[in-house]
Structures are given as structure tokens and as C-alpha cells.
Design a protein around this ligand. Structure first.
Ligand code: NAG
Ligand code: NAG
Ligand code: NAG
Ligand code: NAG
Ligand code: NAG
Length: 474
């Protein structure tokens, strides 16, 4: 065979390979500008779909934003929003991403956006993933494909990362963190363990450089976390000492599903309910708006983050009305369902009837009741963990989070003390270690923040994550 023929065969093989690669490769698009944002985006945004599962029948949509600082050295973060069923875009635009809506100036036309000076993408590259399937722009090509669960979405997250890294090999060496809040408090530790045991230790490629995880107001054990609402309401002065004592002495510690013949307990809970049903649970200091009046009390259904409300849509920013959190959520609904926006984001036509910030009709089985054991295993394996809690959240109160952390029986390394931003107390922190070699399990409250802490205290949360990534104490 002549050299030329070799070269030619090589070329053909290469072309064939490229062709195959492009054919099976998942879609990824660079987005240079967005409707409502003036000029070119000052950061690198990529959107795309990654197919997972049999025949790639689950198509997971993601937003990827490169770090604005040092792409090669800064960490890579996979961010999951809670719900289950709330879009990653909610995390992007209301919590940690580089864009926020201008709600002050909203006049009923397409909402406009501005840069968020406290975006976590200033110091980390972040993939925000619409998970589980059915969430945001993620969809399935078959009806069975729409079924998901805690276990299934964990597997899907792993498969997603595997393919995403293969398509973005320059990020394989960056240290990787898995993060999320609210309901994602269950999924995040499960994904870390899946990468550790199911992937890396099983020799699957690519090896993922996972260093640790962070979770905010994380649902950890549904039953226990919910029960802490009553002690929390007492601690924050929402119920009297007498009501609390009454419930404590009669309910045997069960405030969510009390025995129906325990009349003393039921009466105490009724008194408590009366006191807290007018409270906005995601941040007890904010107004609870009319349209949410039906969702109240101790128990809640799976919508951890409040539903967008269409009835109050336009234009709701008048001076007399209290400023409601949900009014700002409506902006994402208006913006995301605009055809020019979907075109800019390269959304596949016909895959979604409409975009919802939280999809409350996903078919989802909450098949893991508690992830306490996952945390226990992960700390023994030496993963770093940051657990933070907005201390004004009554949905997943910090008291319950502190309790399960205490139950891990770790050694206190740095006891409860304030942490500061610009000389002011931003919250309180507590550091644990597993043993002398394995550091650290950090807990921090974010003072004054609600359920999704960066949404309420962006500057403080940015400082917190920056110090944690650089291994400074908070
Ligand atoms: C995958 O595709 C094959 C061939 O078209 C089909 O027989 C099989 O049922 C598909 N599997 C799923 C889960 O859709
Ligand atoms: C709303 O404001 C935008 C600019 O911010 C303007 O272009 C548009 O005409 C306004 N629409 C209405 C209905 O006032
Ligand atoms: C409730 O009723 C069940 C059976 O009828 C009984 O075993 C239980 O002790 C009762 N509990 C209380 C608190 O009265
Ligand atoms: C919500 O998820 C279900 C599947 O679980 C899907 O059929 C539906 O289209 C989704 N709705 C929205 C608004 O995304
Ligand atoms: C923590 O210590 C208590 C008391 O010694 C023990 O009952 C419990 O099982 C321990 N928990 C863990 C997670 O090791």
C-alpha cells in the first residue's frame, strides 16, 4: 500500500468519524445576545440538549455559562433547581446566574434584563440543568420517557455529565461540584455518590474530578424537615410558648401527620395553624399575597417553590400593592414563552407547549425518603460539603438542617460563630470534620435570607461561595 493510500484511508476514516460524531453529538449552541438584554452578552452562554437513556429518549436541556475569571482554573458546577420540576432557569435568573429581570421598570411588554453583579459565574463555570425530564425545556420522545424519580433523575444527571464532559473535554480536569437547593437537597448528594461509586470507582470514563457539593435549605428527610416547622415558628416568635408547649406535650413529636384521635394535639395544631397560615413560608418577613391564600399551613404538596400565577399577570407593579415575590416570577414566564427568546436559546420547535418556571405535573416518584445516609457516606469518603440555610425560611427550616448535621456525630472543628461581609454579620457558621484527615463539613446560615438564599442575599451568598471555593473559612 502506498503512503498516499494510507493517508487517504486515514482521511476518509477521520471524515467518517467526524460525520458520525456530528450525527450523534448532542446539540450545543452559543448564544451571543438575548431579547431584552441590551447589546452582546458580556459572558459566554451556551445552551443545548443532551440525550440520555435508551435511544436518547430523554432530552435534557441545559444552560452553560463559562467563568468570567479563569476558565481553566475555576471550578465547574452542576446546578439543579428544586421542585421537583422547577427549571434551572429559575436558579439562573433569580439566584446565581449572570442575568436578572428589571422588575421595577416592567410595563407589560417583553421584560428586560440586566447583569447580576453577584453572579456565581464570575468565579465558576456553571451548568444549569433542567432536571428531571419534563422540567423547563427538557422533554422525552416517548411517553414512558417522561416518568422519573429521585433514583432515575440521579442516574440521568450522571449520564448527562458523562456526555457533556465528552463533548467539552477541556472541562474534564476542572474540579467539579454538584450544587442545588430546596428539593435538589435530595438529589445533589445522590449524584455525588453516583459519580463516586457508580462512575469513578467502577472505572467509567470520563473520570470526574468531583471535589464536593453544596446544598441550600436542602430537603434531606421530608418527614423530619417538615416537623421542624413547629419549633421554628416558636423560635421566631410566630407562636406562643403556651401553644408550643401544648403541641409538644400532646403530639409526641409528630406535627405533620398527627393521630386523628389525638384531640389535644389536633387542637394545639389548630391554634398554631391559625397563627402561621398568613405567613409567606419561603420568607417569613415577606408579604403573603392574595392569590396564594389557598396554599397554607403546616403541610405542603410537592410545589416547594410557589407556582407562577397567571391571573395577576399584568401590569402588577403598582405602588399600593405589597411587592410580592411571585410577581417577579411571572416575568420569567412572559419572557420565556416569547418566540424570539426561544429562538435565541435554540429551543427545538414543538417539544414544549409552553415553558413553566415550575412544572407541577411531572410524573415523579419520590422514592428516597431521606438522604441522611448519603451525607454520612460522602463525608467519610472525604468530599467537601457546604450546607447553607436562609434563616428566614419556614419551608426547610435551618433548625432541621442543624439537627441532621448534629446527628452525623462529626467533630466540631470551629464552633458556632458569626461570619462577615464588609464588616457586618452575614450569618453564623459551624465547621465539622470527620477525622484529622478529612475536612470539612461547613454549615452556614445566611441571615435574613429566605428559602432560596442567593435570591434574597446575593452579595452575602456570593462572598460565601467565593471563600468556600478558595478554602477560606467563612
Ligand atoms: C428504542 O428503539 C428501538 C428500535 O426502534 C425500539 O424497539 C425500542 O422500543 C426503543 N426503546 C425505547 C425505550 O424507546
Ligand atoms: C415599555 O417599555 C419599553 C422600553 O422599556 C418600550 O419600548 C415600550 O414601548 C413600552 N411599552 C408600553 C406598552 O408602554
Ligand atoms: C387512637 O386510637 C387507637 C385505636 O383506636 C388507639 O390504639 C390509640 O391509643 C389511640 N390514640 C390516642 C392518642 O388516643
Ligand atoms: C410537565 O411534565 C409533563 C411530563 O411529566 C409533560 O407532559 C408536560 O408537558 C410538562 N409541562 C410543561 C409546562 O413543561
Ligand atoms: C451518633 O451517636 C449516637 C449516640 O452514640 C448513636 O446512637 C448514633 O447511631 C450515631 N449516629 C451515627 C450516624 O453514627
Amino acid at each position: 500500500m502506498h503512503v498516499h493510500e494510507f493517508a487517504l484511508t486515514g482521511l476518509i476514516l477521520n471524515l467518517l468519524l467526524l460525520f458520525l460524531l456530528f450525527n450523534v453529538a448532542d446539540a450545543q449552541n452559543i448564544v451571543k445576545s438575548l431579547p431584552g438584554y441590551p447589546g452582546a452578552l458580556p459572558f459566554k452562554l451556551e445552551t443545548g440538549y443532551v440525550g440520555v437513556g435508551e435511544n436518547d429518549s430523554v432530552q435534557l436541556f441545559y444552560y452553560f455559562i463559562e467563568s468570567e475569571r479563569d476558565v481553566s482554573m475555576d471550578p465547574l458546577v452542576l446546578w439543579l433547581t428544586g421542585g421537583p420540576g422547577c427549571s434551572a432557569f429559575s436558579g439562573l435568573v433569580y439566584e446565581i446566574g449572570p442575568l436578572s429581570f428589571d422588575d421595577e421598570r416592567y410595563n407589560g411588554s417583553l421584560p428586560s434584563l440586566h447583569a447580576n453583579p453577584y453572579a456565581w459565574t464570575k468565579i465558576a463555570s456553571i451548568i444549569l440543568l433542567d432536571l428531571p425530564v419534563g422540567t423547563g425545556f427538557s422533554y422525552a420522545t416517548t411517553s414512558q420517557g417522561y416518568f422519573s424519580s429521585d433514583t432515575k433523575s440521579t442516574k440521568d444527571a450522571y449520564l448527562f455529565l458523562q456526555k457533556w464532559l465528552l463533548n467539552h473535554p477541556r472541562f474534564m480536569k476542572n474540579r467539579l461540584y454538584i450544587a442545588g437547593d430546596s428539593y435538589a437537597g435530595k438529589i445533589v448528594p445522590m449524584v455525588v455518590l453516583e459519580i463516586s461509586n457508580g462512575g469513578n470507582e467502577a472505572g467509567l470514563k470520563p473520570r470526574m474530578s468531583v471535589e464536593g457539593y453544596m446544598v441550600g435549605n436542602p430537603l434531606t428527610d421530608s418527614r423530619k424537615d417538615e416537623n421542624w416547622k413547629v419549633p421554628y415558628a416558636h423560635r421566631l416568635g410566630l407562636i406562643s410558648d403556651e401553644y408550643y408547649e401544648r403541641a409538644k406535650s400532646s403530639c409526641n413529636g409528630e406535627y405533620i401527620n398527627p393521630s386523628p384521635n389525638n384531640t389535644e394535639c389536633l387542637f394545639a395544631l389548630h391554634l398554631i395553624q391559625e397563627c402561621i397560615s398568613g405567613i409567606y413560608p419561603a420568607n417569613i418577613l415577606e408579604p403573603k399575597c392574595q392569590h396564594l391564600a389557598s396554599r397554607e399551613g403546616l403541610q405542603w404538596d410537592q410545589g416547594y417553590l410557589e407556582e407562577d400565577s397567571i391571573d395577576i399577570l399584568l401590569p402588577s407593579f403598582d405602588q399600593e400593592k405589597p411587592k410580592c415575590r411571585d410577581d417577579t416570577y411571572v416575568l420569567s414566564r412572559v419572557w420565556m414563552n416569547d418566540p424570539t427568546v426561544q429562538e435565541a436559546l435554540q429551543i427545538r420547535e414543538g417539544t414544549k407547549e409552553q415553558w413553566r418556571r415550575c412544572n407541577r405535573s411531572i410524573s415523579y416518584d419520590m422514592d428516597v425518603a431521606s438522604v441522611f445516609d448519603y451525607h454520612q457516606v460522602l463525608i467519610r469518603k472525604g468530599y467537601q460539603a457546604l450546607i447553607y440555610s436562609g434563616d428566614h425560611d419556614m419551608m426547610v427550616p435551618y433548625l432541621g438542617t442543624l439537627q441532621w448535621i448534629r446527628d452525623l456525630n462529626l467533630t466540631v472543628e470551629d464552633d458556632w460563630r458569626p461570619w462577615f461581609v464588609n464588616g457586618q454579620i452575614a450569618g453564623y457558621t459551624l465547621n465539622y470534620q470527620f477525622n484529622e484527615d478529612v475536612c470539612c463539613f461547613t454549615f452556614a446560615t445566611v441571615m435574613g435570607a429566605g428559602h432560596t438564599a442567593p435570591e434574597y442575599k446575593p452579595k452575602e451568598c456570593f462572598a460565601m461561595i467565593d471563600r468556600w471555593f478558595t478554602n477560606y473559612p467563612l
